[in-house]
Design a protein. Structure first.
Length: 128
């Protein structure tokens, strides 16, 4: 299939596909006429990349999953390098969750402190 069809089927743009190709995530395969040529395995790679990006992975973090698929594994997350990326991402998310919980606690304390404040302050200084 050509680049436009692949982009449409993957729900992305031809520009994104060219970028993935330049980054080595998609093959630079050309037909005899010079047009880019893709197949179903390339669509599977793209779907893996897009799913991971939807989960918050950056493009470089998708590379081990793409390489896993290219090496013949039916799923891109069954290789040791992919599993390592999953572990790092979970650690990153746990850290962010901890930071958010700390901020939430501080806001909760502040709210409890000011909850009995002057009603005029709550109305932005306007009288009833």
């Amino acid at each position: 299939m050509r680049i436009g069809e692949l982009a449409a089927r993957a729900g992305t743009t031809t520009r994104a596909l060219r970028y993935y190709e330049a980054r080595g995530l998609l093959p630079d395969r050309r037909a005899e006429n010079g047009y880019r040529s893709y197949d179903e395995s390339d669509l599977k790679l793209l779907r893996q990349i897009r799913t991971l990006q939807d989960f918050g992975f950056d493009l470089e973090e998708t590379r081990p999953f793409v390489e896993c698929l290219r090496s013949g594994h039916p799923e891109g997350d069954t290789c040791p390098a992919s599993i390592d990326v999953y572990r790092r991402k979970l650690d990153e998310l746990d850290s962010l969750i901890g930071e958010l919980q700390a901020i939430r606690a501080k806001i909760g304390v502040r709210l409890a402190t000011v909850d009995g404040a002057d009603p005029l302050c709550e109305l932005g200084g306007q009288e009833l």
